[in-house]
Design a protein. Structure first.
Length: 672
């Protein structure tokens, strides 16, 4: 009795401890829900699950639980930390208690419901559930829920027990009595109460924001459902790591993927198919593959692509890459990004997955089974695979996506700092990542330690706001018309130093290098300010051991999603796979095209042959001859050939329909 009294006294003296106690109860119940989920769905995991792996998955789940619990309990945190001088107001505490129990019960019930629903979807429930059941009548829904309640009665009982636990273990905040005038001790106690409550509230605000985001630094994007891939060996294990409230919260503002019914399936596949079935009979070439995704490296920064720009006076900011393109590499005049964000460049370039409507990283489809260069070459050809990004390891969700698409190793700021040959955080730019020069040198060193053949990719960071440079390089590169261009010059120099080192390595001659940008940057020249110019990025193929792989292709229309099929075709890869791109080298020019989602218009832009059309999802709204009208000033929709317009429109619709269908139905890999 005495210990119980002493514990109660402590909580009454420090009401912030009452709040922490209430939050810990919710953590415990979320963990028990995860255990119930695992036991209910044990058949999905039994073959590969070990105790150690289960503990790791449960530990990772705490990151997502923290976000969900803080979102759910934000009103409780506020109400319990407000520095109010309450007299005898038991009604207030009853209201807080009811809010606490109701909100957390709803969150817990959603977790328990997914114990049953998960096997049907293979994913935690997201906000799309509201659209999925919107057409069901009340009577039908009542029957469905009644049947499930009866067949899963034990989960219903468990839900009731958890709500009772929430009610029973709720710790109320301090109830302050009215203090009589002149009572100095009580006055001091009251002042202390106000100070502690105010400080607790001020401290809680940034802590809650950091917990909701999954990190405190600006280099880390708020975690989303795709981050669960970082901790799992199989996509189905994301169901253990995630929780349902988090999955719903993170997708509430996202546009649902709807499958348009433009045409029947047979017609759609006749016009376009993402299933690649190689017919090449030549022997596979086990070359190393190295992909560079360069931050914000729009074509507008290159001298090579802009020889006629500004009356021939524009020389660009990439002397090394210009020289590489001119003398040693293959590139394309009409090459485009598939998105406008960094998180869109990685799926496009490495997995041939475009981003329509919403970035893949932010949608429920991010939990799909996905392939990519790393998985195809790693699983079928025995390649060593690794992804490199010099920022904090969970930055941008790159580590999660790399793991989900088959990269076996990940090298980020953590691994860089652990290397005694480098200077750790002395090489950190102070905002985002390790400077490009040092990290690309580290990249070259790590590849020299790998067993070939290997497939690696690196995502650079220095040409990113706030556009700072290492002190030793300030004033060395031209500043240009925009602050990014000085950093472009620095990264180009860092690439030169990388290739200087790589050229001395035994693996260099047997390597295919692919260089592209994640997206464009600030637009300067009017050509790059158009809706098409905003997607102009370089795509460069360089194979030191193949002197024939060079030139400037000004006939084909290509895009980032073409990188994966082109690489696999170049290597004479023999296995079937899903990719929404095509071979940039072997496909006839008239059959090449590019398709982007344009966020400003909430529509699509389709480029093929000499023409570009704008499509709002239902109708074509504009057409241009972009090769002769580079500023897209003349809408020729009324005069373009009806046959040409019809062919372009139908093929575009086929791509969109099959993309949405495969994303929604988890059909991004070929089941062997």
């Amino acid at each position: 009795m005495k210990s119980h009294y002493m514990r109660g006294a402590i909580f009454k003296k420090y009401p912030v401890l009452s709040l922490l106690g209430n939050i810990l109860v919710v953590y415990l119940l979320f963990t028990l829900c995860r255990l119930a989920f695992l036991l209910k769905n044990w058949g999905l995991y039994a073959d590969t699950m070990t105790w150690g792996h289960a503990v790791n998955l449960f530990g990772a789940g705490l990151i997502f639980d923290t976000s969900a619990i803080l979102y759910t309990n934000a009103p409780i945190i506020l109400l319990m930390l407000l520095p109010l001088h309450w007299k005898e107001r038991p009604c207030y505490y009853k209201i807080v208690r009811w809010i606490y129990v109701i909100l957390n019960s709803i969150a817990i019930y959603s977790n328990l419901i997914d114990c049953v629903y998960f096997p049907f979807t293979g994913k935690r429930t997201t906000s799309t559930v509201f659209a999925e059941f919107s057409n069901e009548g009340v009577g039908n829904m009542t029957i469905i829920f009644a049947e499930q309640f009866l067949s899963n009665w034990y989960l219903v009982i468990l839900a009731g027990v958890f709500s009772w636990v929430l009610w029973k273990l709720f710790l109320p905040p301090l109830k302050k009595r009215h203090v009589a005038n002149g009572d100095n001790d009580n006055n001091r106690s009251l002042v202390n109460y106000y100070v502690v409550q105010s400080l607790s509230l001020l401290i809680a605000i940034p802590l809650c924001i950091g917990g909701m985001r999954g990190g405190f630094t600006t280099a880390v994007r708020p975690i989303t459902i795709s981050n669960a891939n970082q901790y799992v060996d199989r996509p189905v294990e994301t169901g253990i790591v995630l929780n349902t409230p988090f999955s719903i919260y993170r997708t509430l503002s996202k546009k649902p993927m709807t499958i348009p019914n433009y045409m029947d399936e047979e017609e759609a596949q006749r016009l376009f198919t993402p299933v690649h079935i190689p017919t090449d009979s030549l022997a596979f070439k086990p070359m190393n593959v190295v992909v560079f995704i360069i931050e914000s490296f729009s074509k507008q920064h290159f001298g090579f692509y802009n020889k006629t720009l500004r009356n021939g006076t524009y020389h660009g900011y990439t002397p090394f890459l210009d020289s590489l393109i001119t003398h040693h590499a293959l590139t394309w005049q009409y090459s485009y990004a598939n998105g406008r964000k960094s998180i869109e460049g990685m799926p496009s370039s490495l997995s041939s997955l475009p981003n329509y409507v919403e970035p893949l990283f932010l949608t429920p489809a991010s939990l799909n089974r996905m392939s990519g260069l790393a998985r195809e070459l790693g699983e079928h050809e025995g390649y060593t695979t690794a992804f490199f990004h010099g920022a904090q390891n969970n930055s941008m969700g790159f580590q999660a996506f790399a793991r989900a698409t088959g990269f076996k190793s990940y090298y980020g700021r953590t691994e860089y700092n652990a290397d005694p040959n480098y200077h750790g955080d002395d090489d950190y730019d102070g905002t985002w990542a390790i400077w490009d020069e040092e990290f690309l040198q580290f990249f070259a060193d790590r590849m020299s330690e790998m067993t070939p053949p290997f497939m690696t990719a690196v995502f650079t960071a220095s040409s990113h706001p706030p556009f700072s440079l290492p002190e030793r390089y300030k004033g060395r590169f031209p500043k240009g018309d925009n602050e990014i261009q000085e950093c472009v010059g620095y990264t180009d120099h860092a690439l030169r130093l990388f290739f200087d080192k790589a050229r001395k390595q035994p693996w260099f001659e047997n390597t295919l290098f692919v260089i592209t940008a994640d997206h464009t940057s600030s637009h300067i020249d009017p050509f790059y300010k158009t809706s098409l110019g905003a997607y102009n990025v370089p795509i460069i193929f360089y194979a030191p051991g193949d002197s024939a792989l060079k030139g400037y292709d000004n006939s084909r229309v290509v895009e980032q999603i073409d990188i994966m099929p082109t690489v696999l075709s170049y290597l004479h890869y023999h296995h079937s796979y899903v990719a929404f791109g095509k071979d940039m080298i072997g496909t006839p020019p008239k059959e090449t095209f590019a398709l982007h989602w344009v966020p400003e218009s909430s529509g699509y832009q389709f480029v093929k042959g000499s023409y570009l059309i704008d499509f709002d999802g239902k109708d074509v709204t504009a057409a241009y001859n972009y090769r002769t009208d580079s500023l897209l000033s003349q809408n020729i929709l009324a005069t373009i050939s009806k046959d040409t317009l019809m062919q372009m429109t139908q093929q575009m619709k086929s791509v969109i329909q099959q993309y949405m269908q495969r994303m929604t139905n988890d059909k991004l890999v070929i089941d062997n």
